[in-house]
Design a protein around this ligand. Structure first.
Ligand code: ADE
Length: 222
């Protein structure tokens, strides 16, 4: 998979893609991630990328030209172009699975007060990572890339993500423990030490359901 990210702040991505699972995926050549500063595509003599809004109002609006030219220089007929915006479709694990099957993603990080509405005409998908407003699309881009890259076959053990939250009937993950058996009066549930695999499985299912009821009852309604 190739992921092209369009941003005005390329330095923000420097360390995040050089650590842990994403680095591993790059080293294994499962993914290539390119960061593009779309300011480089501005035809303005001062490399301006934004302007005041037509009709008046506060703040600056990202212009279409630099983003359009940058996207079109990268686009293949199989590319999926994503715009990150708080008014996009809420991002869910199901979408991460779908995106993990794509060959080429172009991700546009919005900034400032907003972007020229016409940018929406050159994208396939608008995504929001949650109902809050961040200063730009860079952190959402990191969230999305991280969630997708770990799902590319061969990056992590498939069993790991089949067992985690949101994959089993919209239930949260069951609790896990490791050594020691006892720590400052807090102990590991007996059943996990029993070696009885059927009982352990039952316990995990029950705990998954209990946690979901307590923390995310909305998931059970699905
Ligand atoms: N840009 C600013 N806030 C955002 C959000 N919540 N999701 C995606 N992009 C954003």
């Amino acid at each position: 998979m190739v992921i092209d990210i369009l941003t005005l702040f390329p330095n923000m991505f420097k360390s995040i893609f050089e650590e842990s699972i994403i680095k591993r995926a790059k080293d294994l050549q499962k993914v290539t991630i390119n960061i593009h500063n779309f300011r480089d595509y501005s035809l303005d003599k001062h490399k301006k990328v934004d302007d005041t809004p037509y009709g008046g109002g506060a703040g600056m609006v990202l212009s279409i030209q630099p983003i359009y030219d940058c996207v079109e220089s990268l686009r293949k007929d199989y590319s999926k172009v994503i715009l990150l915006t708080p008014s996009g479709i809420p991002y869910k694990q199901k979408q991460a699975y779908q995106l993990a099957n794509e060959k080429h993603l172009i991700i546009i990080c919005g900034h400032y007060e907003g972007f020229d509405e016409r940018i929406r005409q050159i994208v396939d998908l608008e995504i929001s990572i949650g109902d809050y407003v961040l200063t730009g699309g860079e952190i959402p881009a990191m969230v999305i890339v991280d969630s997708i890259v770990r799902l590319i076959p061969g990056v992590i053990k498939e069993q790991s993500h089949l067992e985690e939250s949101f994959n089993k009937d919209y239930l949260l993950d069951y609790p896990t423990y490791t050594k020691p058996e006892e720590f400052k009066g807090m102990s590991v549930p007996e059943v996990l030490l029993s070696g009885n695999h059927q009982k352990i499985e039952e316990y995990r299912q029950k705990e998954s359901l209990r946690k979901t009821k307590e923390i995310r009852p909305d998931l059970l309604e699905k």
